[in-house]
Design a protein around this ligand. Structure first.
Ligand code: SF4
Ligand code: SF4
Length: 388
């Protein structure tokens, strides 16, 4: 069993048992929190744009460790995304008033009948009268797709007329800025879940966030935690963070506050695989960064800029060999940071052979295009090694 597997299986009981064994006030391992911290965690509720739903600032997902479902409900988290992945409704949600929590289901078909069937399969499987949101899951590859591919929108209209869904939404991590701008122009979407670029959204993404706010479309920021979990393994970054947050500070909560400070961002959906991350991500004092957190955010922003692709897509058209750069770096994050190496390798294997990173010709054009100044070639080589 790998350390990651072990970490993934860390239940609340074991976590608290470890905390007690370590003694009051003693540091456990770097980055963990104490049992006392657990009691102080809380969420803040924010209006999700025109949906009028007051969402917790942290949004949970079906692929969180199942040990965390009840913990999340107890902490006040009230939005669950991608719920079609569950084999049935978790006990944590069965006995609470359906009107108090919100959920979405992934739709990845452009076809009306396919999208309708996908939605209905999930709704019936979970025994729900309705699912709040019909979410297109990074289905568009270009802004032109938004107006050209509309069959699944007819499925949404049918389901809404039947009272089985309330809102239309979309996640987007391919060319997120230009595709989200096109979606906002349609005025069809009630909320969006783009990869916003974490602590360093591009100017184009910042314009999208402002446009969303002007149109009263809520934004749930995705792919925001990769840099945090990667940075925790970097001794130099740990040494720079410690003066701000101490040895057991909440890096995740600080980053979430930093992401929420961008105009237009309503909430974040942090990938969370264990109790340690869960506690790390939840704030104990609201969502305004403290002065020390502002210092930590700056260190992490710098680390992220050089080490974590934000999937902005600016390098995509620059590569003469057509290497799938953001996709490859995203799959590497799934493998190395989100602890799902099998699935990530499968995704990478699904790329056409001529788009994989070993087709890189070492020209450097992607690095010239990258607004983060990342050593893209080096990252691609490392990603290919992890993914094959
Ligand atoms: S260095 Fe490689 S990946 Fe980057 S643009 Fe050139 S060929 Fe494409
Ligand atoms: S490598 Fe750079 S330019 Fe390419 S998607 Fe990532 S952050 Fe954007």
């Amino acid at each position: 069993m790998s350390p990651h597997d072990e970490c993934k299986r860390l239940s609340r009981r074991r976590f608290l048992g470890n905390a007690a064994a370590a003694g009051a006030g003693a540091a456990l391992t770097a980055g963990t929190a104490s049992a006392q911290d657990e009691k102080k965690t809380r969420v803040v509720y924010r209006r999700l744009g025109r949906t009028e739903f007051m969402t917790s600032h942290v949004v949970a997902a079906w692929d969180w460790n199942e040990w965390l479902y009840q913990e999340a409900v107890d902490a006040g988290i009230n939005y669950w995304h991608k719920i079609g992945g569950w084999p049935g409704l978790p006990d944590a949600l069965k006995n609470i008033d359906r009107e108090t929590w919100y959920c979405d289901v992934v739709i990845d078909s452009f076809e009306e009948d396919g999208a309708y069937a996908q939605f209905e399969w999930a709704r019936k499987n979970l025994g729900l009268d309705y699912i709040d949101s019909f979410k297109l899951h990074s289905i568009y590859k270009t802004p032109e797709d938004v107006t050209a591919k509309t069959g699944m929108l007819k499925a949404f209209d049918r389901l809404k007329a039947e009272g089985k869904v309330k809102h239309l939404s979309a996640a987007q991590h391919v060319e997120p800025a230009i595709v989200c701008a096109a979606m906002l122009e349609t005025d069809l979407f009630d909320h969006l879940q783009p990869a916003t670029g974490g602590l360093s959204p591009t100017p184009e993404m910042q314009d999208v966030l402002k446009l969303a706010k002007a149109k009263d479309v809520g934004i749930i920021a995705k792919k925001v935690m990769g840099a945090v979990n990667r940075a925790k393994t970097d001794a130099a970054t740990r040494a720079r963070i410690e003066p701000f947050l101490g040895p057991d500070g909440k890096w995740g909560a600080a980053v979430i506050k930093g992401v929420l400070s961008f105009e237009g961002v309503t909430a974040v959906t942090p990938r969370t695989v264990n109790f340690e991350q869960f506690i790390d991500n939840l704030s104990t004092d609201g969502i305004e960064p403290t002065p020390n957190e502002v210092g930590a955010i700056e260190v992490l922003r710098e680390y992220a800029r050089l080490n974590q692709c934000s999937y902005c897509g600016k390098c995509t058209g620059a590569c003469p060999n057509g290497v799938a750069i953001p996709e490859t770096l995203r799959y590497e994050t799934y493998a190395s940071v989100y602890e799902t190496p099998k699935g990530a390798r499968k995704m990478y294997a699904g790329l056409p052979a001529e788009r994989r990173a070993n087709r890189c010709g070492d020209c450097g054009a992607c690095e010239a295009a990258c607004p983060q100044g990342m050593a893209v070639r080096e990252k691609l080589r490392a990603a290919h090694a992890v993914l094959t």
